[in-house]
Design a binder for this molecule. Structure first.
Ligand SMILES: *Cc1c(COP(=O)(O)O)cnc(C)c1O
Length: 417
């Protein structure tokens, strides 16, 4: 008989992430008329506030009732024509799937295969773009955070490569597992199409494909001849202009999004990025210093602050660790996908999360590893993470003025020393 699992399931896959209680409660709503005169208050507020999360003023945000994959498709089909050339790098299952989609939609993709564990090869991008004197590449794809391998790429560097080549191609970025957890700057990096989804850093269930579109990309939609219907931005622009959708929007998701945005602004984006880095460093201390194992990410420049892919010893199947963690300890770890299936297990560390929640995941992963015969020292992962977190600040150090230091932050400045 199945053992009933008391207590909470420890959800540590890199999406869907934990939905905070506040967001869950905000989503328990009665259905209402999405064509009422009141509905635009909600839709307009979330669309405007998402711009702050994308760090864009000039861009426009689109919400589709889909997962992130739908927003991938919306980005491509609204801005390209069949046969258009695209440059893309493949270094994990998600960068692979976007390339696969582009090929199936009929684009001509120049694929740069990169070792899994590294990210976007900036030098090769620049070389290829410089050689493309006739500007045949219409788009350049980059996966900001490859969730399959725990690798973060330098999107500012991709922009620099385009600029160094004086190349006008549109820049398409997958920011699904980075938005609202790793710094993402749509305007500063001149990202033209920024793709995201609801179930990662935004702390919601899956169900919204989110797309940021630059003015340059919006202009490109006019000449883009790819067939599109459900994901046509033109329909969305027309309806959104008055605060409505061209079809029935998922109301609970929008109420949940409103609450998750409230939480993000209360904590502040900068504190969220800092927290993700701080928590990730503790996980990396556990993996590298505690367990003496390797990460799939080949070097610190690639380390992801939202997910770590832990390489298991050759004689062990990583899927076995994941299965024991789930069945015995009620802990969900991320599977190794495609090329790294069986070779790694992944710990997602993004969204609504703190040190002690992660301690549960580290302790559970360690117990499961010991159970399947991986010789890590018992307690070593938790000890290394504990050492890291206890010796580092969980929030960014703020520059404190001398006066504030002496008189507190409410000083009027009138007190004379
Ligand atoms: C989760 C994810 C996606 C989208 O997946 P969906 O299941 O369609 O939401 C795309 N790219 C990356 C990097 C992801 O992590």
């Amino acid at each position: 008989m199945e053992r009933r699992m008391p207590g909470r399931n420890f959800l540590f896959v890199p999406g869907p992430t934990n939905v905070p209680d506040r967001v869950q409660r905000a989503m328990v709503v009665a259905m209402e008329d999405h064509r009422s005169s009141k509905f635009p208050e909600l839709s307009t507020s979330v669309l405007n506030d998402l711009k702050k999360v994308f760090k864009t003023e000039s861009g426009q945000i689109f919400l589709f009732p889909s997962s992130g994959t739908g927003a991938w498709e919306a980005a491509l089909t609204n801005t390209l024509s069949p046969g258009d050339r695209i440059l893309a790098a493949r270094f994990g299952q998600f960068s692979h799937l976007w390339i696969d989609m582009a090929q199936r939609l009929g684009y001509d993709v120049e694929v740069l295969d990169v070792e899994w564990g590294e990210g976007v090869p900036l030098g090769r991008y620049e070389e290829i773009l410089k050689a493309d004197k006739r500007h045949q590449f219409k788009g350049v794809l980059a996966c900001h955070n490859e969730t399959a391998t725990g690798v973060t790429s330098d999107i500012a560097g991709v922009r620099r490569a385009l600029d160094a080549a004086g190349h006008p191609a549109l820049l398409y970025v997958d920011a699904v597992s980075s938005l609202a957890s790793i710094d993402f700057r749509m305007d500063e990096w001149q990202v033209d199409l920024a793709v995201s989804g609801s179930q990662k850093g935004l702390m919601l269930p899956a169900g919204l494909g989110i797309l940021g579109v630059s003015p340059k990309a919006l202009a490109a939609t006019a000449g883009a001849r790819s067939k599109r219907c459900y994901f046509d931005l033109a329909d969305m622009i027309k309806a959104n202009a008055s605060g409505y959708f061209p079809y029935t929007p998922p109301l609970p998701m929008l109420y949940g999004l409103r609450e998750s945005l409230n939480m993000i602004f209360e904590e502040t984006l900068e504190a969220i990025f800092f927290r993700h880095h701080y928590l990730a460093e503790g996980v990396r201390a556990a993996v590298l210093d505690g367990w003496k194992l390797k990460l799939c990410a080949k070097a610190p420049q690639w380390y992801s602050d939202t997910v770590s892919a832990v390489v298991v010893p050759e004689s062990i199947n990583g899927a076995h660790v994941i299965d024991v963690a789930f069945r015995r300890y009620n802990l969900a770890l991320g599977a190794g996908l495609a090329k790294v299936a069986g070779r790694v297990f992944r710990i997602g560390h993004l969204g609504d999360l703190n040190e002690l929640m992660l301690m549960g995941a580290l302790a559970g992963a360690e117990m499961a590893m010991l159970d399947v015969g991986i010789k890590v020292a018992p307690g070593s992962g938790v000890a290394a993470a504990s050492n890291y977190w206890r010796s580092h600040d969980p929030i960014p150090k703020r520059k404190v003025s001398r006066e504030e230091q002496f008189y507190g932050s409410h000083s009027t400045g009138s007190i004379q020393g």
